[in-house]
Ligand binder design. Structure first.
Ligand SMILES: C[S@@+](CC[C@H](N)C(=O)[O-])C[C@H]1O[C@@H](n2cnc3c(N)ncnc32)[C@H](O)[C@@H]1O
Ligand code: SF4
Length: 378
């Protein structure tokens, strides 16, 4: 069975106001010990996976493109020489505008990276500034065009909507600007206010006014329709792709496939176990300096955990869950276990079952978290 490899790079030039990912402002010293440590971690795992093949690799962050060309080369060469990566593997990297150069893009391309994920968020300068982004829309466009010239044929653009003070027309404009560039994939997330971020504090102090739910939904529906008209099919709640350009690595997560995560705070799911690394870079590096795996937590999943995870993740995708495969995999009868839940959710028009596939209806997607909860038994 296919496996995915995730490599976390925890540095950014500056922390964005909304972001609670495990990333912090770059400093030279931490970067040096990080590079040394991640290479050690790769080597420690290489023996454990000498017979396994990885068919997707995702270098995420943080801002992986903050690394210098030589550091990227060291990291990616080390991945290739220590793991078996299939020839047709999808190899993605998150690359932020403001940290990209033609030289870096050429290096990434020559190292076999075949998918770029670029964070733009908005094409509106006022919003970029408010979000705390380090780049302008013009810089993003320049980087995007260089990436195309270098040869990248699979580029994703991350966007966010429902931003404080954003009008419907401003969001429409961002979508139009991005679609004009013809990326292969678009992720469009509704802003979540996270604790411990600048936005989280402003919100707690009553100084951040959020858009109402109605406008959020209007933006979401418009996104879905507008992107569809332009050749981007929704395949997950926040993800849209042109033909054959769905992100294989993320699909592996949503299908509860197995993956190994490296780097500070990374999560792994292998052989019915979920485990995660120390988030703090100092502890992470310290463990590896002593040639110890930097694992902070291990959780063994029982059958009910796996069933719930499969439902929770599978319902995020438009194709939903194949109930025949589900029953075979878990040796259960889904319709027997969830008879009451299915009847009730169906009668409310929140889920549908077509050709033995269970998925959310449009109405169900609007309140997806409430639907997911219905399937939790533990
Ligand atoms: C791993 S993050 C960052 C990728 C990359 N470092 C960047 O910023 O361009 C992936 C995406 O998640 C989205 N995201 C991050 N925080 C969010 C939040 N609080 N609410 C909604 N979307 C968020 C952003 O679109 C971001 O580009
Ligand atoms: S959104 Fe991206 S660039 Fe901004 S802080 Fe988070 S990881 Fe860093």
């Amino acid at each position: 069975m296919d496996k995915g490899l995730y490599v976390h790079v925890p540095f950014c030039l500056k922390k964005c106001n909304y972001c609670d990912f495990n990333s912090f402002k770059l400093n030279h010293e931490d970067k040096e010990s990080y590079i040394e440590s991640i290479i050690t971690e790769i080597k420690l795992y290489s023996k454990k996976f000498d017979k396994d093949y990885f068919s997707t690799v995702f270098i995420g962050g943080g801002t992986p493109s903050i690394l210098e060309s030589e550091e990227l080369r060291l990291l990616i060469d080390s991945i290739h020489s220590n793991f078996n990566i299939t020839e047709s593997a999808e190899i993605s990297i998150e690359a932020n505008p403001g940290t990209l150069t033609k030289e870096k893009l050429n290096t990434l391309y020559s190292l076999g990276v075949n998918r770029l994920s670029m964070g733009l968020q908005s094409s509106n300068q006022k919003h970029l500034k408010f979000l705390g982004r380090i780049h302008s829309y013009e810089e993003f466009k320049e980087n995007f065009e260089i990436a195309r010239k270098v040869g990248f044929e699979n580029i994703n653009v991350d966007l966010m909507f429902s931003l404080p003070n954003q009008t419907f027309d401003e969001w429409k404009q961002t979508l139009e600007d991005v679609v004009d560039l013809k990326p292969d994939h678009i992720s469009a997330y509704s802003l979540i206010i996270e604790e411990g971020t600048v936005f989280g504090s402003l919100y707690d102090e009553g100084r951040l006014e959020l858009l109402d739910e109605e406008l959020d939904l209007k933006m979401y529906y418009y996104t879905r329709d507008y992107l569809k008209e332009n050749g981007y099919n929704q395949y997950e709640i926040s993800n849209y792709a042109k033909d054959k350009k769905k992100c294989r690595h993320n699909i592996l997560y949503w299908k509860c496939g197995q993956y190994l995560g490296l780097g500070p705070g990374s999560h792994s799911y292998l052989n019915e176990e979920r485990f995660s690394n120390y988030k703090d870079i100092k502890t992470y590096c310290e463990k590896l300096r002593n040639f110890k795996l930097p694992i902070a937590n291990v959780e063994k999943l029982d059958k009910q955990d796996m069933i719930e995870e499969k439902i929770f993740m599978g319902l995020r995708m438009n194709e939903g869950i194949n109930l025949e495969k589900f029953n075979q995999e878990f040796e259960v009868d889904f319709m027997k276990i969830y008879k009451n839940e299915v009847e009730s959710l169906k009668s409310k028009g929140l889920i549908k079952i077509i050709n033995s596939r269970l998925s959310l209806t449009n109405k169900g997607i609007d309140i997806s978290n409430k639907v997911f909860i219905e399937f939790l038994k533990k």
